[in-house]
Design a protein around this ligand. Structure first.
Ligand code: PLP
Length: 393
């Protein structure tokens, strides 16, 4: 019998985790180091300074050995007390997961509802804030780049809504799938808490979360009554000099040092421009696939909010994305993202963040066409050509 197991390098286009560049793998391939040794403390210090440059912040920064969920939980546990009210801006699956977490921890959550395909109407956020004369809303929880839908939330507009209403609520933002892929300006945008993860734009393994905390949020955290220990910012601050509870995962910092070097060698603006170019090419391919109205289409319907790190593709009515994703992975060694929550089976997601270039993207798009053809998904040919036109332009 013929062995059809895929060979060759896997093409990895999940929207997180992402490709870990060989340079980063090699940087982590080294002996362990005492985390209190001056040599390591200097590496850690330089890494934290580097992440601040990426986030464009001068505020306090913490790193946790956890996934993004841990940093979400840390933010809620450090800032609020039982019964406090927060406002979640609905963007999609991840915004609702953060909401569920906050509710489970004993916080009252109000939601500004939104159409996932169009994104929230900022006027609705502004309206709710202006109604809240007693300032019961302690914070806004917002996901900058909703990885489930592929739509971006314009954070400066949320900041403006707060300022216009003269509302003192803290602004918490999840930059997990935009960090290191799309522009983010923590201080200029007036963000109080920024939550990032290691496994997307930073091109690292999963398991480290980064949290930026403004002076105003640090102040608020001192009054919070929710229980916390491992995630306590106050305890972390007091752990000098390593600012870490428990054994510091030194290899993450070896990797992070190399990741920051790569981002800064390319230049952050060039990194963002590369992501914009690759995203536009991906969208050109999807538009071509659906040109006759019968093939897959872009899930997002607000052109100026489409993400540059992930594209969510809506399947034709009645056609599941499971078959084509299975063919892509099992026959052709291409990993694509699936639909989350109510979008399961209805969409697939092309991650184009982190360590990616034109040939890798074209390989992904061509193989996606191959997988759709194999699985009997109707689509117009010409997606790859459209992507080439876009990239050549
Ligand atoms: N927020 C967003 C926007 C995400 O994309 C993810 C994961 O994909 C998370 C939160 C959860 O992060 P983690 O999987 O690292 O816990």
């Amino acid at each position: 019998s013929v062995n059809t197991k895929p060979r060759g390098r896997q093409f990895f286009n999940n929207p997180g985790p992402t490709n870990i560049p060989d340079r980063i793998l090699r940087a982590m391939d080294r002996p362990v180091m005492d985390f209190m040794a001056p040599e390591f403390l200097e590496i850690q210090r330089a890494c934290m300074a580097g992440v601040k440059r990426v986030l464009k912040t001068d505020q306090t920064l913490f790193a946790h050995a956890s996934t993004g969920h841990g940093a979400w939980e840390a933010a809620v546990a450090n800032l609020f007390s039982p019964g406090d009210t927060v406002l979640v801006v609905e963007t999609g699956y991840f915004s609702l997961s953060w909401k569920e977490m906050a509710e489970t921890l004993g916080i009252k959550v109000e939601t500004v509802a939104a159409d996932w395909r169009k994104g929230v109407d900022i006027a609705k956020v502004a309206e709710r804030l202006s109604q809240d004369k007693a300032h019961e809303i302690k914070a806004i929880l917002a996901v900058h780049n909703e990885t489930a839908t592929g739509l971006v939330l314009p954070l400066p507009e949320i900041r403006r809504a707060l300022d216009d209403a003269k509302h003192p609520a803290l602004l918490l933002s999840d930059t997990i799938s935009s960090l290191g892929s799309m522009e983010y300006k923590m201080d200029a945008w007036g963000i109080d808490v920024t939550i990032g993860g290691s496994q997307k734009g930073l091109m690292l393994p999963t398991g480290m979360a980064i949290t930026g905390v403004s002076a105003k949020a640090m102040e608020a955290s001192r009054k919070s009554k929710l229980p916390k220990y491992y995630f306590s910012w106050e305890l972390m601050e007091a752990r000098k000099p390593q600012r870490f509870i428990g054994t510091v995962p030194v290899h993450f910092f070896f990797g992070l040092q190399e990741s920051l070097k790569m981002l800064e060698e390319e230049g952050l603006d060039s990194v963002f421009a590369r992501h914009a170019r690759l995203a536009e090419a991906t969208r050109a391919a999807v538009r071509a696939w659906g040109a006759d109205g019968k093939g897959p289409t872009l899930y997002g319907q607000t052109p100026d909010r489409l993400s540059n790190s992930v594209t969510t593709v809506l399947m034709p009515e009645g056609v599941s994305s499971d078959g084509m994703r299975k063919a892509a992975l099992e026959r052709f060694n291409l990993s694509l993202g699936g639909g989350l929550g109510p979008l399961m089976g209805k969409v697939f997601r092309i991650g184009h963040m982190g360590d990616l270039n034109e040939p890798m993207l074209l390989g992904c798009l061509a193989t996606t066409e191959l997988a759709m053809k194999t699985a009997g998904v109707p689509f117009c040919p010409g997606g790859v050509d459209a992507a080439i036109q876009s990239l050549a332009g």
